[in-house]
Design a protein around this ligand. Structure first.
Ligand code: TYD
Length: 212
């Protein structure tokens, strides 16, 4: 029982408009039906401080925000989120499903904003001990489809196509680097097809941890 009860950390990544918010609920239901305790959370955000930082980060009033300020604010939110929400939940043997985590910083601040990856690695190490999810679903989508699907226009969403192309390429690079935890989903498929793929992968993951 002990081993099966253990909590695991799943992240959902990808450019905006790829359908992460819809599928996070599906993953929650899937795991709950299997008797797991699940919490859903998101970044930037997930705590009172984190949600305040999120508001600043997304606000179009902050159009002149510098990339380094952006990166540091994101990690300020992340350390609070990890210490107050993610680690306590995992310690209580809950499963944590998080919309975005540090990979978003490599993709958006590293790829999109072109900040040095070495710097992100350093901050990651000092703030969150480079803790990574056990399983990451990358919702991959061509930029033109993502652009069509997007509704709002927050500070990130107003960026141009080349920014999102760099974000997408960075994600695909991360998926190559972390084949042990990454699973790429073709987010241009329809919702039910995506759910089938997710279900299969969750069962594969459960098998993997059972025999680990
Ligand atoms: P998201 O919740 O996906 O936005 P929305 O609710 O508008 O779909 O994420 C907010 C934005 O934050 C998203 O455009 C990506 C950005 N972001 C980063 O740039 N770096 C990060 O590390 C994180 C977690 C998010």
């Amino acid at each position: 029982m002990g081993k099966n009860k253990k909590g695991y950390f799943i992240s959902l990544e990808g450019i905006d408009g790829a359908g992460k918010s819809t599928q996070i609920i599906f993953i929650q239901q899937l795991l709950e039906n299997l008797g797991k305790e699940v919490i859903l959370t998101r970044e930037p955000g997930g705590t009172s401080l984190g949600e305040k930082i999120r508001e600043i980060l997304l606000s179009r009033d902050e159009d002149s925000m510098l990339p380094y300020s952006e990166l540091l604010l994101i990690f300020a939110a992340r350390v609070d989120h990890l210490e107050k929400v993610i680690i306590p939940a995992l310690t209580e043997d809950k499963w944590v499903i998080c919309e975005r985590f540090t990979d978003s910083s490599y993709a958006y601040q590293g790829g999109g904003r072109e900040l040095p990856l070495e710097l992100i690695q350093l901050i990651e190490k000092w703030t969150i001990s480079s803790i990574q999810p056990n399983l990451t679903f990358l919702f991959d989508l061509p930029i033109n489809i993502s652009m069509q699907r997007k509704q709002g226009r927050d500070r990130f969403e107003q960026e141009q196509n080349d920014f999102f192309e760099r974000v997408r390429m960075s994600y695909l690079q991360l998926a190559k680097q972390y084949t042990n935890r990454y699973y790429i989903i073709d987010a241009s498929l329809d919702r039910l097809e995506i759910q089938k793929v997710i279900e299969k992968e969750i069962f594969n993951f459960l098998k993997k941890i059972e025999y680990a």
